[in-house]
Design a protein around this ligand. Sequence first.
Ligand SMILES: *Cc1c(COP(=O)(O)O)cnc(C)c1O
Length: 502
Amino acid sequence: MTTPPPQQPPLSQLFHHDNTTSYLDAVALGARTVADHLDRGGRPATGRDARSAAARVAAVDLDAPLGDAASAVEELSRLWLQDTVWFHEPAYAAHLNCPVAVPALLAEVLISSVNASLDTFDQSVGATFIERHLVDWTAGRIHGPDHVGGDGIFTSGGTQSNLQGLLLARDHALAAGAPADRLRILASTQAHFSVQKAARLLGLGDAAVLGVPIDAGRRMDPAALARALDGVAAAGDVPMAVVATAGTTDFGAIDPLPELAALARRHGAWLHVDAAYGGGLLASRTRRHLLAGIEHADSVTVDFHKTWFQPVSASALVVRDGATLRHVTWHADYLNPKDAAHPNQVDKSLQTTRRFDALKLWMTLRTMGADTVGDWFDAAIDLAAAVAERVAAAPDLELAAPPSLSTVVFRYAPAGVDGAHLDALNTRLRAALYDSGRAMVAATKVDGRTFLKLTLLNPRADVEQLAGLLDLLRETGAGLAAELVVGRPPRQRALHLVEAVR
Ligand SMILES: *Cc1c(COP(=O)(O)O)cnc(C)c1O
């Protein structure tokens, strides 16, 4: 038996012009609630374990509404907000989550409240042109001011942008007469897994993606690409696309774009540049040159929700030749007929109904400008260099490689611990830091061994704060190493997390 919902005045929760009081109250309550939770005394997390987080949520009876927003928000604080991870804390250094620009948060209120859909002009009016203007502006930063014919579309993220880029590449190859079962994608062994996923979704299969070896800087080795392309030709296969990564997720490595572009062109392959991470350099006043060669790309992925300090979701796929977007066009009589009187964006998108995410970037650029965005990313890159120096100088820390962008890959390696024990120690160390709530770092594998990773995207964080994180990490690690050596069982909570993240 469920309790009957409390009686409410009819339509009081429906947003309309006579009901702005409840709207303004709701938005203010939301903003105040977030503001009230923001300060956790420097702790990015509370260490809430997955089991108890799941139990709290599962206990909610969704058929028994609470009847008012204040009660629902209060409940939500317990279920989520009090334990959520804060990306604005300097000790948050795990994944590619960024602290967000305030003008973009203002935009979020406008986006959801107006609820425009960017598929057609008659559902969005000026919004269609705001998105187009931003795509043109981004394309200008990629291809240079003199290039004409570029275009693109906002997407839900780098995964979708990569999928669409590769879809265009596939259909471009098929249109030129290539047999579907011969199509090959060449990406470095460090490329994002969404490339592999895209190949599956596009019906090309896992084997269609050839992993090209990397050089000492973890960039795709052009000589290895040349050999791979020759191998593709010798087998009678078709090099559908070369995927260059501009900022690998772990090491921030930027593949040598000019060389890869020349090879792709020589072999008639589509060049897709995955700049989901490194795309922020397009706004940098000092490091734009690191992306030299990106102007040759047939398609480019840019994630505004990573290095442009935008709330999730905000990403774009930008193409050199807008006509290639026809490969995702389908005409529906009721939406975008061939003889439509108005322009539309649905012709260029994998999505139909689509959020006006572009407005976040628009408000950011119109309020504070691109230079500030670029300065913020530059600050994170400078910080990574400084932190890497501290890591290199610490006798019990081992730096995997000098940073390329804003990640620092390293491991805790005290004297007397080696091999598989080091892997277990670093895995536990990461979990113990989360459990403490005081810091969050990521983990990855380097040549089969477990390493830790700091992903720095906080322009407010300074090197002393990160040095404090390293001290905490080494102290915590020393405690865990002692347990390992003595052979005592690790603390239970740390084990729970390890299980939960598997
Ligand atoms: C994050 C990332 C992606 C995936 O982007 P999402 O926005 O998470 O879908 C793709 N490529 C690279 C290099 C990334 O770092």
